[in-house]
Ligand binder design. Structure first.
Ligand code: UZR
Ligand code: MG
Length: 210
């Protein structure tokens, strides 16, 4: 296998990062097979909080860099570059902690990694060959987040608005928006921007053909 290329997809919560990454991945797997591309999620690297009670876990600021085990994510990316498989943790948004199961990730020529604070950490940035920032307007992100968190993450509207005001919105201005400067490519309109999806797919096809 040739050199590994890591592509980071960052941007605000509910901006379409996961959708963008999974669309690129699934369309390329349908075309080329799955062995040469892997996907990692920064959310999977939220710190384990199983030593805390559920009431204590709810108090964590999940939009702050300290909520993530970025050192483990950086170490996993390095292992994959070195040709070794890793066990990606799995996180439960309902329990606010890791679950016991892990997902094996095999080394691949191209690794996609998506998450809100990826471009904020210099050590992580060292691991990225290409960085993409999803520049979806915040009001669109909020609407998507309300729908998603109710449907998929078991939240009430009042808990979403509370979190949004206290954590999500401030973190956008403090950490996420300033990290856009580190992106190579800025994508408007989120995970449904087909031109941007096509540009990344073309780049990956080119890397896989080398
Ligand atoms: P994405 N998050 C939770 O709501 N609960 C958790 O236990 C862990 C994370 C949220 C987190 C962040 N914030 O905004 C979002 N809050 O998940 C990141 N508050 O995930 O990029 O998929 O939106
Ligand atoms: Mg996501």
């Amino acid at each position: 296998m040739g050199k590994t290329t890591v592509i980071a997809i960052a941007g605000p919560s509910a901006s379409g990062k996961s959708l963008f990454a999974s669309t690129v991945y699934q369309e390329l797997v349908a075309e080329l097979g799955g062995e040469r591309i892997s996907v990692l999620s920064e959310d999977a690297y939220y710190r384990d909080q199983s030593h805390l009670s559920l009431d204590q876990r709810v108090l964590t600021n999940y939009d702050h860099p300290s909520a993530f085990e970025h050192e483990l994510l950086a170490a996993h990316l390095q292992s994959l570059r070195d040709g070794n498989s890793v066990e990606m943790p799995q996180y439960s948004y309902k329990e606010h902690t890791r679950i016991k199961d892990t997902i094996p990730v095999t080394p691949a020529r191209v690794i996609l990694v998506e998450g809100i604070l990826l471009l904020c950490d210099p050590k992580l940035r060292d691991q990225f060959d290409i960085s993409v920032f999803m520049d979806t307007p915040l009001d669109i992100c909020l609407l998507r987040r309300i729908n998603r968190d109710i449907e998929m993450r078991g939240r009430s509207l009042s808990s979403i608005t509370e979190q949004y005001e206290h954590y999500v919105r401030p973190a956008f201005f403090e950490f996420i928006a300033p990290s856009k400067q580190f992106a190579d490519l800025v994508v408007t309109r989120g995970g449904q921007n087909e031109i941007a999806i096509d540009i990344i797919k073309t780049k990956i096809r080119q890397l896989l053909a080398e």
